[in-house]
Design a protein around this ligand. Structure first.
Ligand code: ATP
Length: 326
């Protein structure tokens, strides 16, 4: 096995709070262990286009508290082709990069898995996405911060919802997963969560409405996961309006506000631990794994599992939302 002397880091896919803290941890751990570090700008696109910088500890000073990613991020269709990946490999060769740390979501780690297998390169992934939809890890970088942002936003909406005695549908991100909607609903005391993992939720919402939804309260907030399955907040509001025209409802789509902001302590700590673990795993001869966290312990999850399996949501939490909203 070739000795690793130089490691490249990139961030890919959607940005998430905590990516910078992870970049810092990877860089500093690598330097501490005597490795050289290359920062690759704009994800796989930058790897193809040869946007590679030498990184020293100073490059990652004062970034632990910043949202987004100093390495920038991009999506690259070219990397999905063999020719694109060949160019990316050529860039690595030119700069003497022996191994890669990829920080990103499901798509980015799928790309990493294919690239690693094709060119026999050691690659370790760090799950960076607010959606929390990666199998094999209890949580992903940015998820906690996004949940806090949702909570903050819903707290504000509650003031208007209760002043006007209105029903609000609040759409949150999550791609095809309901983690943000479900736990966001619990954290903000919402009356219901509509998630793609459970298509029958509309019936429950109808049941709530028919039973005199919020009769003795003066506002109602329903968190809706963005998804074709749920129809999003607009779709749901249209259905409710058609069936229950007496309800004066409003829609708020939180959008990209959920992706930004300074990471929470939980995300900074997770990023720091995962970043250190990524370098240690590479030096320990680990290949093609994602660093995950399972019951507070760091774990190594093979890419084949992390990318191919769906992460199950704890449906009993829907019952929690229901019970606590009576
Ligand atoms: P998020 O969950 O925040 O959207 P993500 O990492 O899932 O992040 P994607 O847009 O799905 O984001 O993927 C990011 C990049 O990963 C793509 O632009 C592409 O370059 C690469 N990628 C994704 N899937 C593949 C694949 N099957 N083969 C090669 N590269 C891929």
């Amino acid at each position: 096995m070739k000795t690793i002397k130089c490691v490249g880091i990139l961030t890919s896919g959607g940005d998430s709070p905590g990516m910078n803290a992870a970049i810092r941890a990877v860089t500093r751990t690598a330097i501490f262990k005597g490795l050289r570090v290359k920062g690759i700008m704009r994800g796989y696109k930058g790897l193809i286009d040869d946007e590679v910088l030498d990184f020293a500890t100073g490059n990652v000073s004062n970034i632990i508290q910043q949202g987004g990613t100093i390495l920038k991020t991009a999506r690259s269709k070219e990397f999905e082709t063999k020719e694109g990946r060949r160019k990316a490999h050529e860039t690595m060769r030119r700069h003497g990069i022996d191994a890669l740390v990829v920080i990103g979501g499901d798509g980015s780690l799928t790309g990493a898995r294919i690239f690693a297998a094709e060119f026999d390169i050691p690659v370790v992934g760090i799950p960076g996405t607010i959606d929390n939809d990666l199998y094999g890890t209890d949580t992903t970088l940015g998820y906690d911060t996004a949940l806090n942002t949702i909570m903050w936003a819903v707290d504000k909406l509650r003031d208007t919802a209760s002043s006007h005695e209105r029903l609000f549908f609040v759409e949150v991100m999550g791609r095809n997963a309901g983690f943000l909607a479900l736990n966001g609903a619990i954290a903000s005391g919402a009356e219901a969560a509509i998630i793609p993992e459970r298509e029958t939720e509309f019936d429950q919402l109808a049941e709530l409405i028919e039973n005199g939804f919020r009769k003795d309260k003066n506002s109602s907030i329903v968190l809706v996961a963005e998804s074709e399955v749920t129809g999003g907040a607009m779709g749901l509001a249209a259905r409710v309006k058609a069936e229950y025209p007496q309800f004066d409802s409003r829609v708020t789509i939180l959008g990209h506000i959920q992706r930004g902001g300074s990471p929470t302590a939980a995300d900074r700590i997770l990023a720091s631990r995962m970043g250190q673990a990524a370098i240690e795993a590479l030096l320990d001869g680990q290949r093609n794994i994602m660093i995950g966290i399972d019951d507070e312990q760091l774990v190594h999850v093979p890419f084949s599992q992390a990318c191919r399996n769906d992460k199950a949501i704890d449906r009993s939490l829907l019952e929690t939302v229901k019970i606590l909203s009576i």
